[in-house]
Every structure is written in structure tokens, then in C-alpha cells.
Design a protein around this ligand. Structure first.
Ligand SMILES: *Cc1c(COP(=O)(O)O)cnc(C)c1O
Length: 425
């Protein structure tokens, strides 16, 4: 059976058995209005495909926003979930949790980190990193008012500390007073960060940490510049500043390397992971080298953090990444995807300016004065059975599951080509 026939059979099954009555009005009556949702309702998935309540199939190049590492209804995840829920799903960090230790060991053996703290989301992992950096600054650097530098167009989460860390005014609006202790610099600009540090440290030393994404995801799929990050590492070493890397979106293999920093030839002192870590089961992690591990019992905690259920699934996702050699798939499919996107960008050169990305996180940028926005193209792609996600007004983001096949990349590019043709005719 070809993958297509399997998908078609599955489509038939879903269409017959789970077609349910769904009303957006009823949904909106009860759910807070915090998201701009596209008008489809999804209720089943398999591999890189999802189905809506009408039985229509979509090729999923969103993957829960770079989260469903192994796609939907993955057999290894299904087995792990059902075995672990029958064994033990949640206790508390009042006790030792063996599988939490196993997952931490896997992560430290496969990264530059020595220690791991588990939580539930990217924002929570970044909160942990910010707390760790502040405690380190007070205890080891004797800084009274520690400042953390972050980048313009960054994204670090939606809690108060992490919206403050996020260098985009649109996320701050309406939520003042923001947290003190953050200052912003342009991304990939070494002169700007050098002068920001000099300015902040003029009277007394304030700069405790620099927090950056190795590739800016939400901010427009902008890869970090190697020379920039290497210089930042040097500055941090010289001045004793901590380098925190937010790997929430690009870590766990998405770039074709396990961690984004491997693309830049540097190592952070602290880094965070979440989205892809559990393959869609909520889990986050804050990892650090032992020299900055200043937490003691009572400093940081999370009720659900590192529970047996989430850790067992994340461990299965990690092991599957290695066993199925998915990093190679990410590199090869990523190449093919960029070839396809470049073909579209040159066919419609009045619309698009650039294709950029690493592995399976890629962006297609619209011309600043193109009349279309990324949302227009996302909607047209939905009509053609392809799910993609904007990264700001002018960038389309392509983040399929890491198991995506060459045939699915081709199919996605065909659907995107048709969607754009419909819009420009
Ligand atoms: C998504 C994201 C976050 C926030 O993660 P949540 O799990 O939504 O809290 C933080 N940083 C980056 C780089 C992200 O892409």
C-alpha cells in the first residue's frame, strides 16, 4: 500500500465514524476569545495529516507550531502513553521519579548541559532560566540589580516575565507595569550589544545575562549569525555574563541538529526546551551547566513538572529521534523544502523576497509592499488542504513533523503553488 492509499483509507474511516456536530458559535460562547482561529475544527490525525469535522484532510506543516515531532497518532507514543497511564501517571516531586531521572540523563548525555529542571511549557522553562540567572547574579556576581539583555523581534512566552523578555511591543501593550530587569538590542548586531553592555555597566555592573533564540521563530524565522553568536560567547566569557539560549522552538532536532546552538559552534550556560520535547505532550525543561546551578530546595518547583507521564513520553520521543535517525531526515527534507520554496519565490518574485531557515524550520518572506499578508496565503493554503503558520505579518513558516516524507514535501509545495495561483489570478 502506498502512503496515499493508507491516508485515503484513514480519511474514509474518520469521515464515517467521527463526523460530529460542531458549532463555532457554541465554542465561542464558552471559550475565552484569546486566539484568532482559522475556521476549521480538527479532530483526528495520523502522521503528517489531520482531518477536520467535515472529514477534509490537511497536510500538517504546522505540527502544533513545531511541536508534534513524531507527527500524529505515532505508534511509539501511543504505546508509551497507554503503558505509563496504567503504571503511574502523576505523583509529586516530594519523591524520586525514576523516569524523570532517565529523561534528564538522556538530555545531559545529548547536550552540553549537566543539570535539568522540568516544567510544563516554554514560558515556564524561560521563567526558570530568568530566576536562575538572577540568583546567580546576586550570589556569584554580587549584582544588586541584574539586567538581562534580549533581542528585538524575540519571543520568549506569555507570562509577565517572559512577555517582558520578549522584545516586541505588541505583546506588552495593555499589561504594564512590566517586570524590571530587561533591556533590548537588535538581533545579529554585535556593535549594538557591545554598546548596550558598556552603557548599562557604566556606573556599576548590571548585565547578568544575555538571552537569545538561536533562530528567531515567531519573530520571522531569522537564523542566528555564526560570527555574532561566537562573539557573544567571547563577551560572556570575558565578562562573566551568562548566555541563555531559548531553544523552545528550534531544539529537539528541528534544525537538523539536536540543538540550535550546534549550528553556531557555541555552547550556552543555560538553555530551555519545550515545544518538540514531548512531541505534543506538555513538558518543558530548563537545562544548565553545573557552574551556574545555584538552585537549592525551595527555590523552584512545579506541581506537574517532570511527572512520570510526561517524562515517559518525552523519553520515548527522544529515543525515537535517535533510533529512526530523524536528524538525517530533517536535513534532507529541509533541503527539498527550501528548493520547493525557492522555486515558488522565483516564480512569484514580485511577491516574495527570501527563503530562509535551518532543517525543518523555514520561512518564506513576503515583499514588504506586497498587498497580500501571510494570513491571506495561510487561508488560501487551508482551502488547498495545507496547514502552514504565519511568523508575523510578512513571513510564512513551514514546520512539519520531523517524520515528513519527500512525497509529502512535494505535495505541500504543489498545494502552496495552487493556493498562490488562486490568489494572484
Ligand atoms: C513557543 C515559544 C515559547 C513559549 O512556549 P509556551 O510553551 O507557549 O509557553 C518561548 N520561546 C520560544 C522561542 C517559543 O517559540
Amino acid at each position: 500500500m502506498t502512503p496515499e492509499t493508507i491516508v485515503r483509507q484513514y480519511l474514509g474511516k474518520i469521515g464515517e465514524s467521527t463526523k460530529t456536530l460542531f458549532s463555532t458559535e457554541n465554542f465561542n460562547t464558552h471559550v475565552m476569545n484569546t486566539y484568532g482561529r482559522f475556521p476549521i475544527a480538527l479532530e483526528a490525525g495520523k502522521g503528517c495529516w489531520v482531518w477536520d469535522t467535515e472529514g477534509k484532510a490537511y497536510l500538517d506543516f504546522v505540527a502544533g507550531i513545531a511541536t508534534c515531532t513524531l507527527g500524529h497518532a505515532n505508534p511509539v507514543m501511543m504505546t508509551t502513553v497507554s503503558q505509563q497511564i496504567q503504571k503511574l501517571h502523576h505523583v509529586s516531586n516530594l519523591y524520586y521519579i525514576p523516569v524523570q531521572g532517565e529523561l534528564a540523563q538522556w538530555l545531559t548525555q545529548h547536550s552540553c548541559a549537566d543539570k535539568v529542571f522540568f516544567c510544563n511549557s516554554g514560558a515556564e522553562a524561560n521563567e526558570g532560566a530568568i530566576k536562575l540567572a538572577r540568583k546567580y547574579a546576586h550570589e556569584k556576581l554580587n549584582i544588586e540589580n541584574p539586567m538581562i539583555l534580549t533581542a528585538h523581534a524575540s519571543f520568549h512566552g506569555r507570562t509577565l516575565a517572559t512577555i517582558t523578555a520578549t522584545g516586541q511591543p505588541k505583546y506588552h501593550k495593555g499589561f504594564s507595569p512590566l517586570m524590571p530587569g530587561f533591556s533590548y538590542v537588535p538581533y545579529n548586531d554585535i556593535a549594538a550589544i557591545e554598546s548596550a553592555i558598556a552603557e548599562l555597566d557604566k556606573e556599576t555592573r548590571q548585565v547578568a545575562a544575555i538571552m537569545l533564540e538561536t533562530l528567531q521563530g515567531e519573530g520571522g524565522v531569522r537564523p542566528g549569525d555564526t560570527a555574532y553568536f561566537q562573539k557573544i560567547r567571547e563577551i560572556c566569557d570575558d565578562k562573566g555574563i551568562l548566555l541563555i539560549l531559548d531553544e523552545v522552538q528550534v531544539g529537539m532536532g528541528r534544525t537538523g541538529k539536536l540543538w540550535g546552538y550546534e549550528n553556531l559552534g557555541i555552547e550556552p550556560d543555560i538553555f530551555t526546551s519545550a515545544k518538540g520535547l514531548g512531541g505534543g505532550i506538555p513538558i518543558g525543561a530548563m537545562l544548565c551547566k553545573s557552574h551556574c546551578d545555584v538552585f537549592e530546595p525551595g527555590n523552584q518547583a512545579s506541581t506537574f513538572g517532570g511527572n512520570p507521564f510526561a517524562c515517559a513520553v518525552a523519553l520515548a520521543v527522544c529515543q525515537t529521534l535517535v533510533q529512526e535517525n530523524l536528524l538525517t531526515n530533517v536535513q534532507q527534507r529541509g533541503e527539498e523544502l527550501r528548493v520547493g520554496l525557492n522555486a515558488i519565490a522565483s516564480k512569484y518574485s514580485h511577491l516574495f523576497t527570501e527563503v530562509r531557515g535551518w532543517g525543518l524550520i523555514n520561512g518564506l518572506e513576503l515583499n514588504a509592499d506586497a498587498e497580500l499578508t501571510s494570513i491571506d496565503i495561510v487561508k488560501a493554503a487551508i482551502d488547498e488542504g495545507l496547514l502552514i503558520v504565519p511568523a508575523g505579518q510578512k513571513v510564512l513558516r513551514f514546520v512539519p513533523p520531523l517524520i515528513v516524507t519527500a512525497a509529502e514535501v512535494t505535495e505541500a509545495m504543489d498545494a502552496l503553488g495552487k493556493a498562490i495561483a488562486n490568489l494572484v489570478k
